[in-house]
Design a protein around this ligand. Sequence first.
Ligand code: HEC
Length: 172
Amino acid sequence: METNKILGAIILALLLAAVFSKVADMAIHPEFPDELAYKIEVPEGGISSEIKEEVNIFEVLPEITPMLASASMENGEKIFKKCASCHTQVKGGENKVGPAMWGIVNRSKGSMEGFAYSGALVEFGGDWNVEELNKFLLKPKKYIVGTKMNYNGIKKDQDRADLIKWLSSLSD
Ligand code: HEC
């Protein structure tokens, strides 16, 4: 009887030792399946540098002027179809959801009479020269934070160049 108890205790101790060493092993060398192990991309200089980069996309955006000479009026007109639901393009055209586009290039920002602009756009100030249009049309809501123009923007430089060239034809 006494021997059985001692044997039992020894076996229990051995078992516990085995379990503990396994647990310790797992804690020190955890084996995660590959799918669970993903890499978090941390940009050089830390995460704050990436946020700064986003804000500065407009500063690093190449000028559109050099692209205008060879830009396509035909494609520009086609791209304007995305704008036409909110903007008229004809001379004397009225304001719709957005202000009329006739004479837009080099017009003062927020200057179409009778259109209720957002405070953000009016306060932004300046003229719609081709470079300003280029930045605004890339990401309207990022360039003029608070604008009520509900449009995501045009990613491709060539498409913006084509559209801006076509917009500059909307004048006498
Ligand atoms: C869903 C409707 C909508 C679409 C689509 C849209 N716009 Fe606008 N747009 C607006 C509104 C609304 C404003 C006024 C923004 C404000 O006051 O903040 C505006 C303002 C503008 C302005 C400033 C005008 C001024 O008088 O200061 C320009 C330039 C412009 N849009 C160009 C475009 C072009 C080019 C496209 C197509 C790529 C386009 N928009 C697509 C609604 C739209």
